[in-house]
Design a protein around this ligand. Structure first.
Ligand code: SAM
Length: 293
């Protein structure tokens, strides 16, 4: 296996000039140019020689080289067809890498896992395109493909929201959705000068370790997530007001008040004060009420 040679500004600039590559803002292209950060990501992802890794958006192949050295096999899915000839050059000799020219949101990960990893959980590692961070992460969890962990570079502010708990200003629907599926761990903060071109915001590497089973049990997962979304749409409103005015919830004010009483919550409580366990309990109480109607 060759030794990784990307990850330093000089080499990245050489490649970009050789291919007359134009950065596409619409694809969120900010390439990593810091070997320490690359090593931190590989370390945080806990990759072993048995692992199949899915890399989302390999760019010019910088992190792919590192992943290739650590894993059994790497599948690198890149949307920008202009990067495919670049990847063919930078990953020549990295024989365990498969380059796929596709949109990750349309790519059948379930089929990949079944056919190439005997259905065993894969690890996802990526310096994500920031314009679709949430759809990618939630898509991975909600599709229920066998996943061990997702280790990703995201905007610092998004990483803070993913790991926030009740009472914090960062706590919201994304925190609860992520924490229903995975245990978040902030592995590193990464400043803008580690990328070319520099993003306008700070970044962070977060590892989301998938739970074998969710930390709470709830009868109707869909209802719980509708309650969560409605609770944070106008976060200064009380829970009763938010939920009774939500378009996609069928509950009257009285039913919600009864649900709150049943799970021992105050009538004036706001959604931002509730942990996942209480959202689950409230969803169960409301579901039972509807069944008895
Ligand atoms: N991994 C490289 C690195 O760290 O230097 C590049 C990271 S860059 C932030 C994001 C990459 O994702 C770009 O190469 C971009 O073209 C690619 N990308 C954007 N949208 C995508 C999508 N929907 N599916 C697959 N790749 C995508």
């Amino acid at each position: 296996m060759p030794v990784p040679d990307l990850g330093v500004p000089k080499r990245t600039i050489e490649i970009i000039q050789k291919y007359h590559f134009d950065f596409q803002k619409k694809f969120g292209q900010n390439f990593l140019i810091d070997t320490h950060v690359l090593e931190k990501i590989i370390h945080a992802a806990e990759i072993t020689p048995e692992d199949m890794v899915l890399e989302i958006g390999p760019g010019i192949g910088t992190m792919t080289q590192y992943l290739s050295c650590a894993a059994r096999e790497v599948i690198a899915v890149e949307i920008d067809r202009n990067l495919i000839p670049v990847l063919q050059e930078t990953l020549a000799g990295y024989d365990n890498v498969t380059i796929v020219n596709e949109d990750i949101l349309k790519y059948d990960i379930g089929k990949l896992v079944a056919e190439r990893n005997q259905g065993r959980p894969i690890k996802v590692v990526a310096n994500l395109p920031y314009y679709i961070t949430t759809p990618i992460i939630m898509g991975l969890f909600e599709s229920h493909v066998p996943l061990d962990s997702v280790t990703v570079m995201v905007q610092k502010e998004v990483a803070d929201r993913m790991k926030a708990g009740p009472g914090s200003k960062d706590y919201g629907a994304l925190s609860l959705a992520v924490q229903y599926y995975a245990q978040p761990y902030l592995a590193a903060n990464v400043p803008p000068n580690c990328f070319i071109p520099r993003p306008s915001v700070g970044s962070a590497v977060i590892r989301l370790k998938r739970f074998a089973t969710p930390p709470v049990s709830v009868q109707d997962e869909g209802l719980m997530f509708r309650l969560i979304r409605a609770s944070f749409q106008q976060r200064r409103k009380t829970l009763v007001n938010s939920l009774s005015h939500a378009q996609d919830l069928p509950f009257s004010k009285e039913e919600i008040l009864q649900g709150l009483r049943q799970v021992g919550l105050s009538e004036s409580i706001r959604g931002e004060a509730l942990p996942l366990t209480q959202f689950a309990a409230l969803a169960d109480a409301l579901a039972i009420q509807k069944k008895m109607d």
